[in-house]
Structures are given as structure tokens and as C-alpha cells.
Design a protein around this ligand. Structure first.
Ligand code: SF4
Length: 702
């Protein structure tokens, strides 16, 4: 629709892509065009945008949009679609129990959507089988935070980057994956020449260009690297004994374990290790940023705790310019965590295993049931779909047929599932094409609600275009279905502000149990206040708003002290063999997002890198008989992909890299998650997307 009445109207909203959570000013014109600028008043970006954010206006055309519900590929009305979904879910639950159904949701959902999905599954259906694609993104950080701090709390904030004297980036290509944070870091470094940056990554990336030191450690050896650092902290008398004695448990055991570390597994020279250790130990103001290279690992939670140990031992946490900072991939991974959008947690950072927490949530919702055990995490959930244990699946706002590890197996599982619902903007995603029912959902330019970014800042995402066709908001769709299942009063929400008020009120439970996620100060916001809500860091209570955590030594564990964990190095689970000798690393490119369902719509974004590729070291290329721009066949027991060869020493010999975005639709060859083995971290359930093993050969057509 031509938004003639919106000519010249500017809306203050938030970018739909990464976890930096930049503020955006979106202006519509009478021709239906949308131009975007960075919001100078948003604390995350202070007016900046990256290539993806600045192209948001190019990705919102209605071409290909799903405008009506479809049942078995035939357009229908909402009444029939909702009734069918409700009946099939009710019948499945009645026959096979609540754990026979599942929701697979997304870090792209707004917090209000996430809240309703979690309430419906855990409080009314009575199962915790709701998991999210954020499981693939930051579950190891959640687990590490909970083990160390007693709650999933990010201690610091983005401005710490600018106040630090040393910034260590671990497993993070910040330049491409969190570009505005990278811009802030680069500007800070330019302004303060004494500031140092270290990049820890097996691969040399665009981020390495900014670094004073690039440590190309062996894939998966981060625990050994940081255990070595803990030993150096002790040996160089840099332990903050007052802080440790007063506020930290487990120091001695962690150090004993660290002393047993064999730092040679990092593959780094002793001189470069010592230079890094001396720099870290000798610099008081250190920020350690970590991302998917840490989290997407079968030892991800241990890697996180190895990093946290070093900050706890030195008391360098929660103070200006000091602390660990986990940066999430998705725009609302943090918001999902707040409302319990993971299978192993309740809303408001409460524990599903804790009977008192369960009772409090049960009473707050006044619900017929409450899930009493963790549900299935993403990999286990799709395994259960494949085994026929999950018989009704609802996928919201995500594309697991492309993005899940062992994606061919996931595709077969969804294909074989008795009943599949997909709510999305498009009916032609690889996953939506397999659904029995497809429900049209609103997208970025139309959605209305809140998101929380990686530094705990809650921002409004505001719709500025009308919903196309019959598309509805995700929270509305779920309320429609919940009402049709018989739970009318509990899901009688009429606006996102009503949902927001309920979960803000619920967060007071978190405070009652001494937990951190308390935004009960917003429980009574009026509609007008909600509309004009300014970006605000949590907690938001009557007595406190925002700020850093833990500098005062107050933690959320049972003892009130932080836990240092004794962690030891475990190699990646896939071991190179004669049949699959190359370590296969995956990641993102600068200008595309996830499975490209939106960014592929911008010709400008596709100019940067137009097709999937495989980075191969020159020595390996020679051995394999591959020249630049040849096609290579990459394969293992799970799948096969054809990729254009990029010969580069950015990767080490024996290692290769491919970006994760391309789908079966945009290229018959680029679906690289078919090759990722579904090995998971035993604590977090996060898959090891950075270290599968593959065979490589020149591609021969036919
Ligand atoms: Fe959007 Fe992330 Fe870029 Fe900011 S850095 S504009 S949130 S993609």
C-alpha cells in the first residue's frame, strides 16, 4: 500500500539485525520509499549505522510477501487457519501429552511475541518444548553467566569499550558481525593511540586489521589460552586478593586446574602467548568481548567461564572500562532470555528446576499448569521431530531447514512431521515450503514492541507501515490460537503495551527472589509512555535504573559470591580423519543476515559478496589441485555443498571457512549447514558450528 498519509513522517525505531541494537530513524515518503538514518540519541550507535542497517529501506518491498493464511498451499481466512492450528495442537496434546508438541522461535521476535509464546507453552500447554534459534547464537554465554554469576547477567555496557586500555576480541569478527560496535572501537582507538586491541581467532578477519596482536589459535583451544592467562595472573601477583577473598568462590580449584593446562594445544608460539599474557596482566582496564567463536563450540560454556575466571580473579568486572562482554548475534536474543524463550528457563531469569520459582510464575499467570522440567533444546527438539516424538511443530520467524546443523536431517524431520505450522513474512522460505499451515506475520517495518540488545538496553521497535494484506503480529497470532484452544482471558491482549505491562509486572518476581531481571518500574506505563519509551538499560525498578553489575561484589548465586569454575581444555568433537581431513569453520559476511530472506532483496547488499565461497589456504589449494575461483565439492557424512574457491592465507593450512547465509533457493550449492555436525555443548546445548570436518575435491559437473 502507498503510505500517502505518511509522507515525510519519521519514526524512531530499532534495526532488525544484529545484537548491537542500533536506533534507527525511518522516514517514509509519498512514493512509498523508506529512508533510514542512525538515531543520534540512541546510546548503542549514537547516529551510526552499518551497511545492513542503512539498507533496511531496500528490503521492505511487498514482493513475495505472504498476504493470507494458507492451509495445504491454498489461501484461506484467519478463522479457518486459527481453528485448524488450535484443533490439531489440542488433539495432539490430548492423545500424546503436552511434550508431543513444540515451538521453535527466533531472536528476531520482539519481546512481547516471545513473552506470549513462552506463556502459552509453559503455563497453558504445560510443556517447556519452546526453544529458539538463539540457542545457536548465545546459549553458551547464558550457561557461563549462570554458573559464574548465578544469573544470566551481562556486567558491563558498550561505553566500556571506549574507556578500556585493552580490548580483547575472542572468536568475534566484530567488523562484520557487529559493525557499529567495531566503528566505536576503531574510533576510540584512533582517538587514544595508547589503547591496544588483541584479536583471538583461528582465522584472520577484517577485525584483525584493527588489532595490535592477532592470535591465530587452534580451533577450540580457548580454554587452554585463558587457563594459561589465569596462571600468569597468579604468578605475576595480579590477583585482586581483597576482591577474591570477599566475593569469589572457587579460586584455588580453578587455579589448580589451570596450572594443568597445556598451552601448547593453542598452537601459538610461546613468545606471542607471553606477550598477550603480559599485556593483559599489566593493563588494569581490560574488556574481553566474545561471540560465536566462543559460544558455538562443544566446550562453549567452559570457554566462557575460562574468560570470566580471569576477570573475577582480578576484580576487573563491572567497572568503567573493565569486564567481559558477550555480544549476541540477534537483535533480541537478550529479550528472549528475559521472558524465558529458552527450553531450560522460566521468564525473568527464574529457574525451571526451582519449585519456588515455578510456583511464583504459576500463581502470577493463574495458569492451569506449569512446565516442571526443561524442554528439548534445538538439536534435541529436531531429533525428536525426526523420531516422531514431536508430532506438532510451530516454527515462528526462522528458517531451520537452512540454519540448523545437519540441515538435511532437519529438513527430512520437518517433512515427516505430522503437523507443521510456520508463521513468517514469506511462504517461500525453505522451511515454510514444508509447512501444512503458513500464517502471514508482520515484518520489521510493521512490527511494534520492544527489543533488548547485548548491553541490556530495552528499546522500542515501532511499526511505521500498515500490515500488508491480512498479516498479523506474532503475539496476536498466538493469542488467536490460545483463545481458540480455550484460554481466552489469559491471552486477551489488545496491544503490545498490554503484553509489556504484564511481563514488566512479572519481573518483580525476579527481584523478590534476588534475581537481576527486574523491570517492574515499568509495570504501570501508560499507552503514551510506552509509545515514547526511551532506550533504557535494565534493571528498571523504583530504586534503580541501569548501571553496571558486580563491581560491588554482589552476585546472584546462593552464597552471594561469584563462582570461578575449574575448567579444562576439550578439543572439538569432530576429529579430522582421512575421509574428512579439513576443519570446517562457518560464519557471516558483512552485508548479509542469516538465511538472506531479507538482505537478498537489496541489490546493493549483494554487491559485496554475490555468492557463497570457501576460503582455502594456498598450500591446501595446491595439494587439492584447486585454483582461485574454481568450484570445490565439500562433503562429509551429513551433506554436500559446491562452493567457489577463494585461495587465501587468512585461514591456516588444514582449515577452511564458508559463510552460512546462502540457501537452497538462492543457490543450489551454498547450504553449508548441511555440513555442520550437530555436536553440542553438554551444558548449554549449543551446537559446534565452527569445527566440523569435511573432505574437499575439485567439482566435476555431472
Ligand atoms: Fe543493525 Fe547491527 Fe548494523 Fe547496528 S550494527 S545497524 S544493529 S546490523
Amino acid at each position: 500500500p502507498k503510505p500517502a498519509n505518511l509522507d515525510g513522517v519519521t519514526t524512531r525505531t530499532t534495526c532488525a539485525y544484529c545484537g548491537v541494537g542500533c536506533g534507527v530513524l525511518a522516514t517514509t515518503d509519498s512514493a512509498g520509499r523508506v529512508t533510514v538514518k542512525g538515531d543520534p540519541d540512541h546510546p548503542a550507535n549514537l547516529g551510526r549505522l552499518c551497511s545492513k542497517g542503512s539498507a533496511l529501506g531496500e528490503t521492505i518491498s511487498l514482493e513475495g510477501r505472504l498476504l493470507q493464511p494458507q492451509v495445504d498451499g491454498v489461501a484461506t481466512d484467519w478463522d479457518r487457519a486459527v481453528a485448524t492450528v488450535a484443533e490439531r495442537f489440542k488433539a495432539t496434546i490430548a492423545e500424546h501429552g503436552p511434550d508431543s508438541v513444540a515451538f521453535y522461535v527466533s531472536g528476531q521476535l520482539l519481546t512481547e511475541d516471545y513473552y506470549v509464546a513462552n506463556k502459552l507453552m509453559k503455563g497453558f500447554i504445560g510443556s517447556a518444548n519452546i526453544d529458539t534459534n538463539s540457542r545457536l547464537c548465545m546459549a553458551s554465554s547464558v550457561a557461563g553467566h549462570k554458573r559464574a554469576f548465578g544469573a544470566d547477567t551481562v556486567p558491563g555496557q558498550y561505553s566500556d569499550l571506549e574507556e578500556a586500555d585493552l580490548v580483547v576480541l575472542v572468536g568475534s569478527n566484530l567488523a562484520w558481525c557487529h559493525p557499529v560496535l567495531y566503528q566505536r572501537l576503531a574510533a576510540a582507538k584512533a582517538a587514544r593511540p595508547g589503547m591496544k586491541v588483541v584479536n583471538v581467532d583461528p582465522r584472520r578477519t577484517a577485525t584483525s586489521d584493527l588489532a595490535d596482536m592477532h592470535l591465530a589459535l587452534r580451533p577450540g583451544s580457548d580454554v587452554a589460552l585463558f587457563n594459561g592467562l589465569l596462571v600468569q595472573i597468579a604468578e605475576q601477583d595480579a590477583v585482586n586478593t581483597d576482591y577474591v577473598n570477599s566475593f569469589v568462590n572457587g579460586f584455588d580449584a580453578a587455579l589448580v586446574e589451570a596450572r594443568m593446562a597445556d598451552i601448547s594445544v593453542t598452537g601459538l608460539q610461546l613468545e606471542e602467548l607471553q606477550a598477550f599474557y603480559d599485556l593483559w596482566v599489566g593493563t588494569e582496564k581490560v574488556v574481553t568481548i566474545y561471540s560465536q567463536g566462543v559460544n558455538q563450540s562443544s566446550a562453549g560454556a567452559d570457554k566462557v567461564n575460562a574468560i570470566l575466571n580471569c576477570h573475577l580473579a582480578t576484580g576487573r568486572i563491572g567497572k568503567p572500562g573493565m569486564g567481559p562482554l558477550s555480544v549476541t548475534g540477534q537483535p533480541n536474543a537478550m529479550g528472549g532470555r528475559e521472558v524465558g524463550g529458552l527450553a531450560n528457563m522460566l521468564a525473568c531469569h527464574l529457574d525451571i528446576e526451582n519449585p519456588a520459582h515455578r510456583t511464583a510464575v504459576h500463581e502470577f499467570w493463574d495458569s492451569p499448569v506449569i512446565a516442571d522440567k526443561p524442554g528439548l533444546k534445538a538439536v534435541d527438539m529436531f531429533n525428536a521431530v525426526g523420531e516422531g516424538k514431536i508430532k506438532a511443530l510451530w516454527v515462528m520467524c526462522t528458517n531451520p531447514v537452512v540454519s540448523m546443523p545437519e540441515a538435511d536431517k532437519v529438513k527430512a524431520a520437518i517433512k515427516g512431521c505430522d503437523f507443521v505450522v510456520v508463521s513468517d513474512m514469506f511462504a517461500d522460505t525453505d522451511t515454510a515450503k514444508l509447512a501444512d499451515i503458513v500464517l502471514p506475520a508482520t515484518g520489521w517495518a510493521e512490527k511494534d514492541g520492544t527489543v533488548t540488545n547485548s548491553e541490556r538496553c530495552i528499546s522500542r521497535q515501532k511499526g511505521f507501515l500498515p500490515a500488508p494484506g491480512e498479516a498479523r503480529h506474532d503475539w496476536q497470532i498466538m493469542c488467536n490460537v490460545a483463545k481458540a484452544m480455550g484460554w481466552a482471558s489469559a491471552f486477551d491482549f489488545h496491544s503490545p503495551a498490554e503484553v509489556f505491562r504484564e511481563y514488566a509486572a512479572m519481573s518483580g518476581i525476579s527481584g523478590r527472589f534476588g534475581r537481576d531481571f527486574d523491570i517492574s518500574g515499568l509495570a504501570d506505563v501508560s499507552e503514551a509512555e510506552y509509545q515514547s519509551l526511551k532506550p533504557t538499560h535494565w534493571p528498571i525498578t523504583k530504586t534503580r535504573t541501569g548501571g553496571r553489575y558486580f563491581a560491588d561484589g554482589s552476585f546472584f548465586t546462593g552464597t552471594g559470591k561469584a563462582n570461578m569454575l575449574a575448567v579444562s581444555y576439550r578439543p572439538p568433537q569432530s576429529i579430522p580423519t582421512e575421509d574428512a581431513p579439513y576443519i570446517f569453520n562457518t560464519g557471516r559476511v558483512r552485508d548479509h543476515w542469516h538465511t538472506m530472506t531479507r538482505t537478498a532483496r537489496s541489490a546493493r547488499l549483494s554487491q559485496h559478496l554475490a555468492e557463497p565461497y570457501l576460503e582455502v589456504h594456498p598450500e591446501d589449494a595446491l595439494k587439492l589441485g584447486l585454483k582461485p575461483a574454481d568450484l570445490a565439492e565439500v562433503s562429509n557424512a551429513h551433506g554436500r555443498s559446491i562452493l567457489r574457491v577463494l585461495v587465501t592465507d587468512r585461514v591456516a593450512p588444514g582449515q577452511v571457512f564458508a559463510p552460512m547465509h546462502w540457501t537452497g533457493q538462492t543457490s543450489s550449492s551454498g547450504r553449508i549447514d548441511t555440513l555442520v555436525t550437530a555436536n553440542v555443548d553438554p551444558v548449554s546445548g549449543q551446537p559446534e558450528s565452527k569445527a566440523a570436518t569435511v573432505a574437499i575435491a575439485p567439482y566435476k559437473a555431472g
